[in-house]
Design a protein around this ligand. Structure first.
Ligand code: ZN
Ligand code: ZN
Length: 146
């Protein structure tokens, strides 16, 4: 016998059909859960019904062992609400501190967590604006380090 423990495993199943039934039941359970999870996950990632059906078939036919890793490789990386305009609008209202990474409202001049300066002064018109801006929002002059 080349495979270690194979004889024992076979004898366990032969002597105990309950163990065999339980194993099949467990595999089916994992399979169904994998399909349900895929339905939920792909539904949150795309509006396209065809892509949804294809992905569910991939996991359903491909089994959780083969289909699930393939699905995770091929699925759209972003949730569909990440691409919504209001999400981007909200992001425009928040600025991340370059020193400590804390999030601050756009109107803060200093970070509430570490006190670092969040704004810079325009070299042309002296307008104050966020340090990560590429151009001055008041006059359009480029944000350049002195
Ligand atoms: Zn900070
Ligand atoms: Zn300016």
């Amino acid at each position: 016998m080349q495979i270690p423990f194979a004889e024992q495993i076979v004898s366990v199943f032969q002597g105990n059909t309950d163990a065999f039934t339980w194993s099949i039941g467990l595999i089916l359970f994992i399979w169904v859960v994998a399909i349900l999870w895929t339905m939920k996950d792909i539904g949150a990632r795309t509006h396209s019904v065809w892509i949804q059906i294809l992905c569910i078939l991939l996991v359903g036919i491909g089994t959780p062992v083969v289909g699930l890793p393939l699905y995770r490789l091929l699925r759209p990386t972003r949730y569909k609400w990440d691409r919504m305009w209001w999400r981007e609008s909200l992001a425009l209202q928040i600025v991340q501190c370059y020193a400590c990474g804390s999030r601050n409202p756009l109107y803060h001049d200093h970070c509430v967590a570490c006190g670092s300066e969040l704004t810079t002064k325009c070299k042309e018109c002296k307008h104050h604006y966020q340090v990560h801006y590429e151009y001055c929002p008041a006059c359009g002059a480029p944000n350049v380090e002195e």
